[in-house]
Design a protein around this ligand. Structure first.
Ligand code: IPM
Ligand code: MG
Length: 367
């Protein structure tokens, strides 16, 4: 098939990891006879430096035209000042909003080869297989906000949800739970909120409970977010689909990444009504390690697999990438973030090469 993939490396290690994602997609295209055209565009701090805007019009237009978007990271300490008029992160938020990508899927897969890397004991991790479904275009990220000024040191952010916003993400979560068809324990949706305090959470819980009634085959439970952070560490195996708001999903997915062992392992897909999706690692621009060639590209490579699955409907190719990542890890390839004290770490590029080599091997085996 022919597809146009807009690539937005962004800032810091985003540039290094997206290069590996593209490399792997190119290898898939060659092996399976597809034609992928990659178009690079600016977003984040590099876009502010070049154009003054964190999401230039040209970038947004190109993303709308593309079949899918592969994204790296945004953020640069030089725009961190509390009074900065324009911030790199705004570019990403605007892109999600403009493309209508209300559902963010963040799957957590625990690799047997990495059991020792997670701060959690291996016996807690066996069989962990969950996905965080994070609402992405509403909530406190997009509600009315007031910045403090030097004259008036008060500020506020507002968590707003409408019933429709909650309903569409809830339906998606229940459908996903059914598709995942978890073998042991059955499909389950755990909705996470703060309904004992927040009005927006009480609406969230009410609507999600209504949607749950339409999906009687899927087990449904609710958890308060503070308790959820604890249960995620105490009994991670019990979770299947975690459905939650924009802010809680942001926080819970970073926590969940430590089940796998590193933020550098978690991919994500941001989806809307059509096939166009945005695929990105959950980690940030990692300024402290950028330019050194040591970042872990696996989260981006796994995001590229999600891109093939969700936007291009290339399930076989997506699964091949996931298998190749598993193989590279089993073969002992480790970037610095997942290398134990006695293991020599490989570079970002070497990890990308290892995945491509495993992919080539796999394809040979299938013939
Ligand atoms: C994420 C990131 C972003 C978010 C930032 C960079 C805006 O932390 O994708 O999890 O908070 O959504
Ligand atoms: Mg985050």
């Amino acid at each position: 098939m022919k597809a146009t993939i807009a690539t937005l490396p962004g800032d810091g290690i985003g540039v290094e990891v997206v290069a590996e994602g593209v490399k792997v997609l190119q290898a898939v295209a060659e092996k399976y006879g597809h034609q992928f055209a990659f178009e690079h565009h600016l977003i984040g701090a590099c876009a502010i430096d070049a154009t003054g805007a964190s999401l230039p019009d040209e970038t947004l237009a190109a993303c709308k035209q593309a079949n899918a978007v592969l994204f790296g990271a945004v953020g640069d300490p030089k725009y961190d000042a509390p009074t900065a008029p324009v911030r790199p992160e705004h570019g990403l938020m605007a892109l999600r909003k403009e493309l209508g990508l209300y559902a963010n899927l963040r799957p957590v897969h625990v690799y047997p080869a990495l059991m020792g890397i997670s701060p959690l004991r291996p016996e807690l991790l066996e069989g962990v297989n969950l996905v965080v479904v994070r609402e992405l275009t509403g909530g406190i990220y997009f509600g009315p906000r007031r910045e403090a000024t030097d004259k008036d040191l008060t500020a506020h952010d507002t968590m707003v949800y409408s019933a429709d916003e909650v309903r569409r993400i809830a339906h998606l979560a229940f459908q996903l739970a059914r598709q995942r068809g978890r073998a042991s324990g059955g499909s389950k949706v755990t909705s996470v909120d703060k309904a004992n305090i927040l009005a927006s959470s009480r609406l969230w819980r009410r609507i999600v409970t209504e949607v749950a009634a339409e999906h009687p085959d899927v087990t449904f439970e609710t958890l308060l977010v503070d308790a959820a952070t604890m249960h995620l560490l105490r009994r991670p195996r019990d979770f299947d689909v975690i459905l939650t708001t924009n802010l809680f999903g942001d926080i819970l997915s970073d926590e969940a990444s430590m089940l796998a062992g590193s933020m550098g392992l978690l991919p994500s897909a941001s989806l809307g009504a059509g096939d166009l999706g945005l695929y990105e690692p959950i980690h940030g621009s990692g300024y402290d390690i950028s330019g050194k060639g040591i970042a872990n590209p696996l989260a981006t490579i796994l995001s590229a697999a999600m891109l093939l699955r969700h936007s291009l409907k290339l399930e076989k190719e997506a699964a091949a990438i996931e298998q190749a990542v598993e193989t590279a890890l089993e073969q002992g390839y480790r970037t610095a973030d997942i290398a134990g004290p006695t293991t020599t770490a490989v570079s970002t590029q070497q990890m990308g090469d290892a995945v491509i080599a495993a992919l080539a091997e796999e394809i040979r085996c299938t013939y």
